[in-house]
Ligand binder design. Sequence first.
Ligand SMILES: NC(=O)c1ccc[n+]([C@@H]2O[C@H](COP(=O)([O-])OP(=O)(O)OC[C@H]3O[C@@H](n4cnc5c(N)ncnc54)[C@H](OP(=O)(O)O)[C@@H]3O)[C@@H](O)[C@H]2O)c1
Length: 300
Amino acid sequence: MANTARRIVVSGATGKQGGALISSLLSASSHPFEIYALTRNATSRSAVALSTKPNVFVIQGNFDNPVAVFSQVEKPWGFFSVTNPMDAKKEEAQGKAMTKAAIDAGIKHIVFTATDRGKNSDEDPTTVPHFASKFKVEKDIVEKSKQSGGTWTFLRPVAFYENLSNDFLGKGFISMWRLNGNDSKMKFVSTKDIGKVAAEAFLKADSEQYKNKAIALAGDEISLEEFGNVFKEETGQVLPETFSFVGKGLKFALHEQLGIMFNWFKTNGFGVDPAESKKAYAFLKDFRTWLRTESAWKRE
Ligand SMILES: NC(=O)c1ccc[n+]([C@@H]2O[C@H](COP(=O)([O-])OP(=O)(O)OC[C@H]3O[C@@H](n4cnc5c(N)ncnc54)[C@H](OP(=O)(O)O)[C@@H]3O)[C@@H](O)[C@H]2O)c1
């Protein structure tokens, strides 16, 4: 790689979206980047695996100390921002502090992955605390980029297919969804597909398509009943699920993170039309395709 390579700091690099971005960049026919993959623990298995990839440099740091993160990268150009939603106030503070440190370090283009927020994502923070925190991080990026002359792309994905899993949280997800009714619809997207769009947002940062644009992403809209039918057809199994009292307990115990959000799914719901998303990104997978090709139940 020539010394002129643009340097991108990727947060959430060991997670689903950041990991998918890195895979997409590495599989591009050519990419002019050096990738600085952020993790809190450079010795974890996923961090070590990243460090073996070409043009990937693992850096250790924490959203709590953003200046120390960017001080490890000389002349960084791009920043992929993922935030931690467990405590919305902290998410907002960390997200804004990461933006400030990124811009102070000279970052020119920020790709922030937030979330779709219904019919009016640009103006409505929603009642969901960790959607509202992302709304505020977006507004802050717009403001700070205006001052610095930098650019941004916001990704606004809907629910991840990867929420479906055979563990406690995956089973809880289906139980909480079922509390909204078998006919209640949900919109989904594959995190690998988000990674592809994120990679393009860096590769074509100056284009009309990505420069200072917000992009909502969905691959499917499906009722719980259909979701279960497709799952049965593809895997021969019933959906991983737990008792409804567990779903209710989760919504109660994690009211801020899950309870309010599942209520919002019923009263409002994601806004983007998957057909519109697919006009721009034909590769966005529907549920059946995701099950077949990427899920833990995929056909070998
Ligand atoms: N699940 C959904 O359906 C859905 C839908 C739309 C949006 N979202 C949003 O997506 C985001 C999560 O993205 P994801 O699912 O791709 O992530 P993920 O797979 O849950 O991984 C989390 C990543 O964040 C890093 N991280 C966490 N806390 C950190 C800290 N204090 N300092 C530095 N790094 C930290 C972790 O790195 P290490 O562990 O290596 O340090 C890891 O790479 C959340 O904001 C969530 O609200 C989720």
